[in-house]
Design a protein around this ligand. Structure first.
Ligand code: NAD
Ligand code: MG
Length: 384
């Protein structure tokens, strides 16, 4: 009996951009349990051809793309354009953008322009493109559903109430590996220190961003664009257990929180099914007696300067969020290569923001050239 004649909807096609990464592999674990509802229609990766081949054998997508040409197999598409090609396919209803960095922007825009759902892990896309991305969704009829755990929590807490009823959103932050460290110790933290995240297993770039709190700055900007909440009504609180994923305070004084064990499988599944909830037992439910106590503390803004730099860049608008993002991406790459100290990441961002202050950001071309200029600035600072 076909899906239609049985009364059940046909599975929705999902493209996973960045399928070999942390979010990409998490998503495939979720999709392996949800084959009745979703079909993996397209997979793309940057260079890990061996893992991509295994994934393609297991999920038999109709499209496979590898950005780096080396290792490309028979019918695969190679080159950077494979992301957009996957996002635009007719058999793709949902694009899970799990690419890291600004490289994901074109595919997000292409999917939104074709009226598709973008399940967005690639927050850098929204920080860089800002209103241009949300406008693309409005014009094309597409929708952005966040994968980031904090934004998934906010979406679930707001539960379709208008933004006029929201008084404040409070993003939780684990505090990262340097939560209890002095500023001097943080300045000279090693790559191994920065990659030792206490609660989440993630890709290297976001793990470093979580140590500097640049990730939380990206998330504040992301929340501003996703939920239309002004910056002075977005706060951050440190919550080391990563169980409460965010709070929403409403105008009547009630605060709603979303809780779950720290697993990205929950927000990935919700981004695919929103606003519905579907049966799934892949992640153990939160047990209050087991994961106790839950604690909260104020952010040490002076000791994590990347957070303030990013939030201020968001407030200033124009090309500043794109400059913040690009300078951070470049500085993190240099830190990971041992070229600059950990404290140098925030200094590089501050310097790029000052050098490119006042640069316009009203068009995609303007944002791309600001992104490029910020990367050059940071490279020159490090003598590369
Ligand atoms: P990752 O480094 O583990 O994976 C990145 C993926 O993107 C890989 O599959 C890689 O092949 C692909 N990729 C990298 N550069 C590319 C390029 N230039 N062009 C095309 N593809 C490229 O990273 P991750 O931890 O999975 O994070 C992915 C995104 O999700 C990031 O934006 C991150 O901020 C966000 N995110 C991650 C988590 C998490 O738990 N890992 C949580 C929230 C948000
Ligand atoms: Mg997050």
């Amino acid at each position: 009996m076909s899906a239609r004649s049985s009364g059940r909807a046909a599975p929705r096609g999902v493209a996973i951009l960045g399928s070999t990464g942390s979010i990409g592999t998490t998503a495939l674990r979720v999709l392996a349990r949800q084959r009745d509802r979703f079909r993996v229609a397209a997979l793309t990766a940057f260079s890990n051809a061996a893992l991509l081949e295994e994934q393609a054998a297991e999920f038999t997508p109709s499209f496979v793309g590898l950005v780096s040409g080396d290792g490309c197999r028979g019918a695969w598409t190679s080159g950077a354009d494979c992301l957009v090609a996957a996002a635009e396919r007719d058999d793709v209803d949902i694009v899970l953008n799990a690419v890291v960095g600004a490289a994901g922007l074109d595919a997000t825009l292409a999917a939104l322009a074709r009226g598709k759902r973008v399940a967005l892990a690639n927050k850098e896309t929204l920080v860089m493109g800002g209103a241009l991305v949300t406008d693309a969704a409005r014009r094309g009829g597409g929708e952005i559903v966040p994968v980031d755990s904090e934004h998934s929590a906010i979406l679930q807490c707001i539960a379709s109430r208008p933004s006029s009823e929201v008084r404040r959103v409070v993003l939780t932050a684990s505090g990262g590996p340097f939560r209890g460290w002095t500023r001097d110790r943080i300045e000279n933290a090693t790559v191994t220190d920065a990659l030792r995240h206490p609660t989440w297993q993630m890709g290297r770039k976001i793990t470093v961003d979580s140590a500097s709190l640049a990730n939380k700055a990206l998330e504040v900007i992301e929340a501003h664009h996703l939920f239309g909440v002004p910056y002075d009504r977005i706060d951050v609180v440190v919550h080391p257990q990563s169980v409460v994923h965010s709070f929403v305070e409403f105008i009547d004084g009630s605060t709603v929180a979303q809780l779950g064990v720290p697993s990205m499988e929950l927000p990935v599944l919700y981004a695919l099914t929103h606003p519905e909830r579907v049966h799934d037992t892949g992640v153990p439910p939160y047990d209050p007696t087991e994961l106790s106590p839950l604690t909260f503390e104020a952010v040490r803004w002076e000791d994590f300067p990347a957070l303030r730099l990013g939030v201020d860049a968001g407030r200033r608008g124009g090309a500043q969020p794109a400059v913040f993002n690009a300078a951070n991406e470049e500085a993190v790459a240099q830190f990971l290569e041992g070229k600059i100290p950990f404290g140098g990441i925030a200094r590089a961002i501050a310097s790029a923001l000052a050098a490119l202050d006042g640069v316009a950001g009203g068009t995609l071309d303007a944002l791309r050239s600001a992104d490029h200029a910020a990367r050059i600035h940071v490279r020159e600072m490090a003598g590369c």
